[in-house]
Design a protein around this ligand. Structure first.
Ligand code: NI
Length: 190
């Protein structure tokens, strides 16, 4: 049922839409998570959020090592108790070729549900906590483009323009809607 899913790229408007809570923990949800893990692996990513496959629900998958036993799925994640700060470069499967330094909390607590609806309560630091924050951003419609300072915008201007052009070629009607939403006015108004 999810065979045709693919990773959507900026400026697809679904990436900017806040996602809704998952209420049904059924076999569809499990299928979606399995397909997302496949897509993430194929793209050599460490995390993938549902809006990145065009489905605006609050779920993400991740795998920090690439080993199958390290697959993780979080549904309805809530991050609290952020502590410390660390800056490191981040990329995003929806913004290929773009890497920018992003300051994040060093340590956080995650409360979420697993695919059966059972509670998850974990604390992580460093790289894992960074993935949590990046993926939770996706569920709120927040992208690396929103975390870019003026310098990073300038440095990545060409790449962003290429992505816009690629998107406009593939979806002429949606690109027009995205430019109305002013997701990136400076870049979209030529
Ligand atoms: Ni991302």
């Amino acid at each position: 049922m999810y065979e045709n899913l693919e990773i959507v790229r900026w400026p697809d408007p679904r990436l900017k839409r806040p996602s809704t809570e998952v209420e049904k923990f059924d076999s569809r949800l499990r299928l979606l998570a399995t397909r997302m893990l496949e897509l993430m692996r194929e793209a050599k990513g460490v995390g993938l959020a549902a809006p990145q496959v065009g489905i605006n629900i609050r779920m993400f998958v991740m795998n920090p090592t690439g080993q199958e036993q390290d697959d993780r799925v979080y549904v309805n994640p809530v991050l609290t108790e952020g502590d410390g700060e660390e800056e490191a470069d981040e990329g995003c499967l929806s913004l290929p070729g773009i890497y920018i330094p992003v300051p994040r909390f060093r340590t956080l607590r995650m409360q979420a549900k697993d695919l059966d609806g059972n509670p998850i309560d974990q604390v992580e630091s460093g790289y894992l906590a960074r993935i949590w924050q990046h993926e939770t951003d996706h569920l709120n419609g927040v992208l690396l483009t929103d975390r870019m300072g003026a310098l990073a915008k300038l440095a990545n201007r060409k790449k962003l323009k290429e992505l816009e052009e690629e998107y406009a070629r593939a979806h002429p009607e949606l690109a027009a809607a995205a430019s109305k939403k002013k997701s990136s006015p400076r870049l979209l108004r030529k």
